[in-house]
Design a protein around this ligand. Sequence first.
Ligand code: ATP
Ligand code: MG
Length: 226
Amino acid sequence: MNLLRPARVLLLGAPGAGKGTQTSRLLKRFDLAALSSGDLLRRNIAEQTALGLKASAIIKQGGLLPDDVMVDVVSSELRALGWLGGDRSWLLDGFPRTRGQAQQLDAVLAATASQLNFVVQLKVPEEVILERIENRFVHVPSGRVYNLTYNPPKEAGKDDVTGEPLSRRPDDDPVTFRKRLAEYKALTEPLLEYYSRQAGVVFSVEGETSDIIYPQLEAEFVRRFT
Ligand code: ATP
Ligand code: MG
């Protein structure tokens, strides 16, 4: 669906809240592109770039990369994608996730009059999230996510589109996952307050499954941008 005005979206939610799932559904429906900082880092790890080597140790332990590194990587990606300035619609998943990142991103976006205009909070109960993570598999090259319970691949262990092997994320083990959840609460959740200073930008949507959340998100997207 074409949009009446550019959507510049940030998707916020705990790890495992379904940011990747909501993103792929939105992309099917709207003329929109997405960038996931976690996918970007995992691709760098797979390709063994300098950034990937740095990221892999930090990610395995459930830590966060330094703000400056993330701002540099994502800003150059935004530039390369042609998303700064112009009238493209896009969505960010996983970045910014600290106040420092948000402030630096805001400066980059403001310089090209491309400020975020829709910040979505996905709220999912913690028990649901923990159960989900135990069953999660990913296709690293594309970032496609599968869940053995909710959306299993057509053929076990293989990506639906390419047939390539799926893998578990090393940071999805229970101990590391708890740490990521704690980091989210301490560092990322405060961004809701940060962005709520811009009137009407933040939208919260709650539900136990992606099927419950998606229609609400889609309706709000339609209301705002079409
Ligand atoms: P999920 O993909 O389950 O929603 P998540 O949001 O925790 O969970 P990703 O966004 O895929 O996971 O990120 C994976 C890891 O990559 C993070 O735990 C962190 O180590 C690193 N990372 C990704 N984005 C950032 C960022 N903006 N700042 C710092 N580190 C990041
Ligand atoms: Mg993700």
